[in-house]
Design a protein around this ligand. Structure first.
Ligand code: NAP
Ligand code: MG
Length: 485
């Protein structure tokens, strides 16, 4: 049997070295499946952020990374991808005890996707081509795609490894350097990745990791004059704050923010396939999935049938200890998340929601477990429907026409994802075009790949990660015009 990986206490990773925070403060890391301390991290100060930015600036200016050819950077990115796969047990274990992720998913989704991302951008790094431009000028004109400089990457608690890779991989591919601040509750894989960067041959100072409080360090990093771009994923509220602060120094920002996507089941859908998509859309990552589908809209002729199937099927989804390889739904990632989800569900039940499945917490090993829950008969304005719950909670509404389904689906400030389940190909085209979201799934949910861009519209944010588009956010175009006279 493979031995259980161990987690050493974390330090800050600055200029290729591990160090304590400037004031020596540390903070515990808690396993949400047991509410037991599993490790600790250094708790950075703004002086540590300054040191990390200075290291990233010096590394960028030295050209040791930024002026390598794309092909040379590509080789290093491929090595990072290989090392992620070679260390998959350790990374998956850390992600699982940090976030409460079922170990099977931590491996096949989180670790694999991170490795895939580095592999994918490794190919893009070799094609950062400029263009020649024909002009009537007495000149030869061409463009160059150059890195931006120092990137500040700020990531949320729910997919630490995937969402840091979705920033650091394209940033590195384009020749930038990085200061990464992971979420306070889930910092562990960011620290393991620092070792992988070093082993892969990323020069000192090119990636720096500062663990600490977003509210204490975030403004400092975002407004730092030596930081050239901010890549943020997190809540809409913090994203708005970050974007307005970045505006003062005119830093470009990518902001992947909250979501509250609708999943529409038409009566002409293959119900068995549709129910599979409906369930995975709201239980995946214990519902802490910005691109999840927590709002189900069902066409009236199959409404009660769908509720009946959900009532039978949802309690059967394997739920419990994330270290059990069969587990699909684990605990929520923190006491905060648990309190928020419990509050929203108990409020909705008190306001008259019909409980189709779940509805309450589950006592297991002292962890933050909340049962997968399906609630029907709530008005669209109820906060359980209208706000991002970020837990394993599905609300179900009924509709009568395609127009009404589109109106309900779009009737949210968010626009990250949406989905529809239908057997009618013409409807699939019509409705997917009408949905106001960055990605639309048809007869599926949650299919994501580093080649396929994702990102939000409306309050779900700015910019796209993944795909060739991801490199655009980490490069700038310079025009060079050389006289031919
Ligand atoms: P959050 O509270 O907004 O935190 C995100 C990150 O921002 C954390 O690292 C946090 O640090 C940091 N932060 C907090 N205050 C800051 C400030 N004033 N300046 C700069 N950074 C600051 O989000 P979360 O609770 O971790 O994650 C859940 C949210 O992320 C949900 O809304 C979800 O929809 C969204 N999300 C979106 C996507 C997407 O792709 N669109 C993907 C995943 C998650 P601390 O941890 O230290 O507070
Ligand atoms: Mg938070």
């Amino acid at each position: 049997m493979a031995k259980t990986p161990t987690l050493r206490p974390g330090k800050l990773f600055i200029n290729g070295e591990w160090r304590e925070s400037s004031d020596g403060q540390r903070r515990d890391v808690i396993n949400p499946a047991t509410n037991v301390v599993v490790s600790s991290i250094a708790w950075a100060t703004t002086a540590d952020v300054d040191a990390a930015v200075a290291a990233a600036r010096a590394a960028f200016d030295s050209g040791e990374w930024s002026r390598l050819s794309g092909r040379e950077r590509s080789r290093v990115l491929m090595r990072i991808s290989q090392l992620i796969r070679e260390n998959s047990d350790e990374l998956a274990y850390a992600e699982s005890v940090d976030v409460g992720k079922p170990i099977t998913f931590a491996n096949i989704v989180d670790v694999n996707t991170a490795a895939d991302q580095y592999e994918y951008v490794a190919s893009l790094a070799q094609h950062l081509d400029g263009a020649t431009r024909e002009t009537p000028l007495p000149a030869f004109a061409f463009t160059r795609r150059e890195p931006l400089g120092v990137v500040g990457a700020i990531t949320p608690f729910n997919f630490p490894l995937i969402l840091s890779s979705s920033k650091i991989a394209p940033a590195l591919a384009a020749g930038n350097t990085v200061v990464h601040k992971p979420a306070s509750d889930t910092p562990l894989t960011a620290l393991l990745m620092a070792d992988i960067f070093t082993q892969a041959g990323v020069p000192a100072g090119v990636v720096n990791v500062v663990t600490g409080s977003g509210s204490a360090l975030g403004d400092h990093l975002v407004s730092h004059p030596d930081v050239n771009k901010i890549a943020f994923t997190g809540s809409t509220e913090v994203g708005q704050h970050v974007a307005s602060l970045a505006g003062q120094t005119l830093k470009p920002v990518t902001a992947e923010l909250g979501g509250n996507a609708a999943n529409i089941v038409f009566a002409d859908a293959d119900l068995e396939q549709a129910i599979g998509a409906v369930i995975s859309a709201f239980v995946f990552n214990t519902g802490q999935f910005c691109m999840g589908g927590p709002r189900l809209l069902v066409e009236r002729p199959v409404y009660e049938t769908v509720l009946g199937i959900l009532g039978q099927a949802v309690p059967g989804v394997p739920f419990g200890d994330p270290m059990n390889p069969e587990t699909v739904i684990g605990p929520l990632a923190s006491q905060n998340q648990f309190d928020k989800v419990s509050g929203i569900v108990s409020g909705a039940i008190a306001r008259g929601a019909r409980v189709v499945a779940g509805g309450s917490a589950m006592e297991l090993n002292g962890g933050f477990y909340f049962q997968p829950t399906v609630l029907a008969d709530l008005p669209s304005e109820d906060i359980a429907v209208a706000e991002e719950t970020f837990g394993p909670v599905l609300t179900v509404e009924v509709f009568d026409t395609e127009e009404e389904a589109i109106r309900l689906a779009n009737g949210t400030p968010y626009g990250l994802a949406a989905g529809l389940q239908t057997g009618n190909i013409a409807r699939a085209h019509r409705v997917s075009a009408a949905l106001d979201a960055g990605i639309v799934w048809v007869n599926a949910w949650g299919l994501l790949d580093p080649a396929v861009p994702f990102g939000g519209v409306k309050a779900s944010g700015w910019g796209r990660e993944y795909g060739p588009e991801s490199l655009e956010a980490y490069t700038r175009t310079k025009s060079v015009v050389i006289s031919t006279l």
